[in-house]
Design a protein around this ligand. Structure first.
Ligand SMILES: Cc1cc2nc3c(=O)[nH]c(=O)nc-3n(C[C@H](O)[C@H](O)[C@H](O)COP(=O)(O)O)c2cc1C
Ligand code: SF4
Length: 417
């Protein structure tokens, strides 16, 4: 069985509006256990698990949580990053709609272990169903004393509120998100200091992705060393994959790291729709590399993705058949990022416009070899010099197609036509 439903085990099984159903399926059991036995070194379980963040950057979770736990301050904030604005990703939506109490358990657990004082869910503006379900779950959790004052008869107080995004992709970036919650335009800040020491309202702040919060109770439950045996050496555990595009069975699948991409497409996705030929696959989301069919035996793994100068992204696999040209896709991607750029730094603000102008010459078959050189050089400059992850990673699709689909570019050069 390729699917391994560990953190998504309750999804589709329980009624997401019923706290009783959640509790019947082991919900809140890890939190209860931790509150009753507070002396165990739970944070070291996360360290042993080698969990890496599931929101895209893949940063070691223990490093961040430990730094945050050490901060002593009158206010310490925990934020669940539920912005999920990158095209091709919908796995956080799935978790929020199918297991909202699981996320509350994850947040309260992390908050308790780090002695945070308040929590926020920063939720993508379009996710209205998730909002309704989360609001209901928060209300019911408060009634049952899993939130609020003296959580489960302990002396610990913690509550969570939802803040809605307003459709800006860059607000998923941690400092832009913080600025947005503070009521300012969503723009990143120069690091350091990092949010774990100076974050929301100038206080220590821990930001983790939805899937990361969902994973932590599972790790505490089975223990870090059992968890790190799942997956691969560099990428432990499981990953939720958002599979979309021209495959038969689109959807969210939980798989252990180390599974070949082709297996996900053929066995979980059921292969190509209408038996069409696969042209390309984009990994991670709009910020990720585009690869051809012959590379699909590559496994899902943080280290493998880093070979593209790219991050795993949040786990999207977008499959495109041979009706699409790489230029249709690249123009859409670049137009999206041109629109979403916050404008704070020059490489990103100006670069996307220039990328679009050059790409449109390839679309019209009016490009010259100098356009290929300019495209590559501009994409690399943006990758190396942009201030935040948006401009650093948005050229990945161009860089990868210049490498793996070079003939498609050469076919469009005007002197050949
Ligand atoms: C432009 C941009 C958008 C991002 N959007 C998201 C997002 O929607 N959700 C998310 O969890 N992380 C997003 N991130 C990554 C966050 O900055 C941060 O690394 C992440 O929330 C940390 O959580 P994790 O360690 O659990 O992955 C984004 C980063 C950038 C640069
Ligand atoms: S890279 Fe783009 S989104 Fe990020 S700070 Fe610069 S202009 Fe803004």
């Amino acid at each position: 069985m390729i699917e391994m439903k560990l953190i998504s085990k309750r999804c589709g099984i329980i009624n997401p509006q019923s706290i009783q159903d959640f509790i019947k399926h082991d919900g809140f059991s890890v939190l209860e256990r931790v509150i009753k036995n507070p002396d165990h070194q739970y944070l070291s379980e996360i360290e042993v698990s080698r969990l890496r963040g599931r929101g895209g950057a893949g940063f070691p979770v223990a490093t961040k949580i430990n730094a945050f736990a050490k901060e002593t301050c009158d206010a310490k904030y925990i934020i669940m990053n539920a912005d999920e604005g990158e095209p091709g990703n919908f796995k956080d939506k799935y978790l929020m709609e199918k297991d909202p109490f699981g996320l509350i358990e994850g947040m309260v657990l992390v908050a308790y272990l780090t002695q945070a004082t308040h929590g926020y869910i920063y939720l993508r503006g379009e996710y209205l169903q998730a909002r309704t379900l989360l609001e209901n779950a928060l209300d019911l959790a408060r009634k049952e004393h899993y939130l609020g004052k003296n959580i489960r008869q302990s002396s610990y107080d913690f509550d969570i509120e939802i803040r809605m995004g307003a459709g800006s992709y860059v607000c998923g970036e941690e400092f832009a998100l913080i600025e947005s919650i503070e009521g300012k335009p969503g723009r990143t800040r120069v690091k350091p200091p990092f949010p774990t020491s100076v974050g929301l309202f100038g206080k220590p702040t821990l930001i983790q992705n939805v899937e990361t919060f969902q994973t932590i109770p599972f790790i505490i439950d089975i223990g870090g060393s059992a968890y790190q045996k799942i997956g691969t050496k560099s990428s432990t555990g499981t990953k939720l994959i958002s599979l979309s595009g021209n495959v038969l069975h689109k959807g969210v699948y939980e798989v252990p790291f180390g599974i070949p991409i082709r297996t996900v497409i053929d066995e979980l996705g059921g292969g190509m729709e209408h038996n069409r030929k696969l042209k390309m696959v984009q990994l991670g989301g709009a910020c990720g590399p585009i690869i051809p069919d012959y590379m699909l035996d590559m496994i899902i793994d943080f280290e493998r993705f880093e070979e593209f100068d790219s991050k795993t992204g949040a786990g999207a696999i977008i499959v495109m058949d041979d009706r699409f040209s790489i230029f249709d896709i690249l123009i859409r991607i670049v137009t999206f990022f041109e629109h979403e750029s916050c404008g704070k730094c020059t490489p990103c603000r100006e670069g996307h416009q220039q990328l679009r102008i050059i790409l449109s010459r390839f679309v019209r078959k009016q490009a010259g070899i100098e356009d290929m050189i300019a495209l590559e050089s501009l994409a690399r400059v943006m990758h190396q010099t942009s201030l935040c992850g948006l401009g650093q990673s948005s050229p990945t699709a161009i860089i990868s197609t210049l490498r793996y689909f070079r003939d498609d570019y050469i076919d469009r050069l005007d002197h050949l036509g």
